[in-house]
Design a protein around this ligand. Structure first.
Ligand code: GDD
Ligand code: MN
Length: 390
């Protein structure tokens, strides 16, 4: 990698006049922001300082920050035409923010960098230089090449290493830092995968690499990861879940929708609830079987509804008493119809001399697909929901 740093050309000057004449930028820097009020202005100053030779612009994508970030962004963009921003309401997520930022630009080269000043922006000219030289389509700044992890404690480092290991075992391309949030790529490389991105969660680089049909030519450069000075990390335990979903989406998701897989797993958990309640009432409490099974079924449906609401449909999560009540009632209704379909199909097959277990499996499958289709369309339809999560 040292060799790479030494040989790396700075921005090729030949390319600059062309874009300068056209008045458009050569490089769009996409920066997702959520409550970064103290960092945005410093970030723009630093970009201006290190990208003096380049025609650049910055596109901040802000998810309705409540700390005044938007006021600063508005002010900055009035003063400096290189600064633009997208204000998203009712949405959260780093990957989707970055994707939207990229889609809102026309520059031939794109960069992604965090706003918290942890990434070393002075690497940008070098990264752009590598793209301009035509040697690669994607340049990733990697923390692992220098083993530089800023102020991360052991736990955070271990989590990142585990995630990296899982990603590396799934990826065809060996990337030392597949979770990096700091990279540059050509417009063509982005366009080649834009329609296939999951845009779930935080791992936009992984998403881009895993979604590209033609594997991009990748280079990695080392950099010094700095500690965060202002504000705090927005990544939490939900991030780990989102990460698993992305991996699921990019592997099994090619064959079966990830949401359906989750829905079925939650359905399985409902079966456990059903059995526990039934055992408690019928076996231990000596309540009649029909009553015990009715209560157990309602308990299972209720737990399925709430678990689906926070896991399977977390991006469309229903909130507040009215939304939740409406959602729960519609879920009961669809499950009941699903159960009728299940029993109906199983009985018909059984009468047609199918084995009892094959009839039962076919009935269950029809029931699950029905429940999934109905609840996706009606219970968690977008029209009812307010997707704001924080
Ligand atoms: N628009 C938007 N929406 N921006 C967000 C959101 C969101 O929901 N969540 C975080 N951001 C912005 C932050 O404001 C910051 O500019 C950047 O995304 C990174 O967020 P941090 O909260 O600082 O993340 P981190 O430092 O803990 O994680 C970084 O390192 C990870 C490596 O393990 C990020 O770069 C991750 O992408 C990276 O995977
Ligand atoms: Mn950070």
């Amino acid at each position: 990698m040292n060799e790479l740093s030494q040989n790396a050309s700075v921005v090729s000057r030949a390319a600059i006049p062309l874009f300068a004449e056209l008045g458009s930028s050569l490089l769009s820097v996409i920066i997702p922001t959520f409550n970064e009020v103290e960092n945005v202005e410093i970030m723009v100053e630093r970009l201006a300082a290190c990208l003096q030779d380049v025609r650049w612009e910055v596109v901040f994508v802000d998810d309705d920050s409540s700390d005044g970030t938007l006021d600063v962004l508005r002010d900055l963009s009035r003063r400096d035409s290189r600064v633009r921003f997208i204000h998203r309401i009712g949405r959260r997520g780093l990957a989707s923010a970055v994707t939207e930022g990229m889609l809102a630009t026309s520059s031939p080269y794109l960069a992604v960098i965090d706003c918290d000043l942890q990434h070393d922006e002075t690497q940008l000219p070098l990264m752009l230089g590598r793209l301009l030289s035509g040697a690669c389509d994607l340049v990733v700044a990697s923390r692992y090449l220098k083993r530089s992890f800023g102020d991360w404690d052991k736990r955070r480092l271990r989590m990142s290493q585990l995630g990296t290991f899982v990603a590396q075992s799934l990826l065809v391309i060996p990337l030392s830092d597949p979770m990096s949030g700091f990279f540059c790529l050509t417009r063509e490389a982005f366009d080649a995968c834009a329609h296939d991105l999951s845009a779930r969660g935080y791992k936009i680089l992984l998403d881009i690499v895993m979604s590209s049909k033609v594997v991009p030519r990748i280079e990695e450069i080392p950099y010094e990861f700095r500690p965060r000075v202002h504000g705090g990390s927005k990544l939490d335990s939900a991030t780990v879940f989102e990460y698993l979903l992305l991996l699921l989406d990019k592997s099994v998701g090619k064959f079966i929708p990830t949401r359906f897989v989750l829905f079925s797993v939650v359905g399985g958990s409902g079966l456990v609830v059903n059995l526990i309640v039934l055992a408690l009432m019928f076996k231990i409490g000596h309540v009649g079987f029909a009553l015990s099974e009715t209560v157990a079924t309602i308990a299972a449906m209720t737990s399925n509804f709430f678990v689906n609401n926070v896991l399977t449909y977390r991006d469309k999560r229903l909130r507040g008493l009215i939304q939740l009540t409406k959602g729960l009632l519609s879920f009961y209704l669809f499950c009941a119809l699903g159960a009728i379909a299940n029993v109906g199909i199983a009985s018909v097959l059984f009468e047609k001399h199918c084995s009892w277990w094959l009839s039962a499996i076919a009935g269950t499958l029809v029931g699950v697909v029905w429940n999934y289709a109905m609840s996706s369309t009606f219970t968690w339809s977008n029209t009812w929901t307010n997707t704001r999560t924080k």
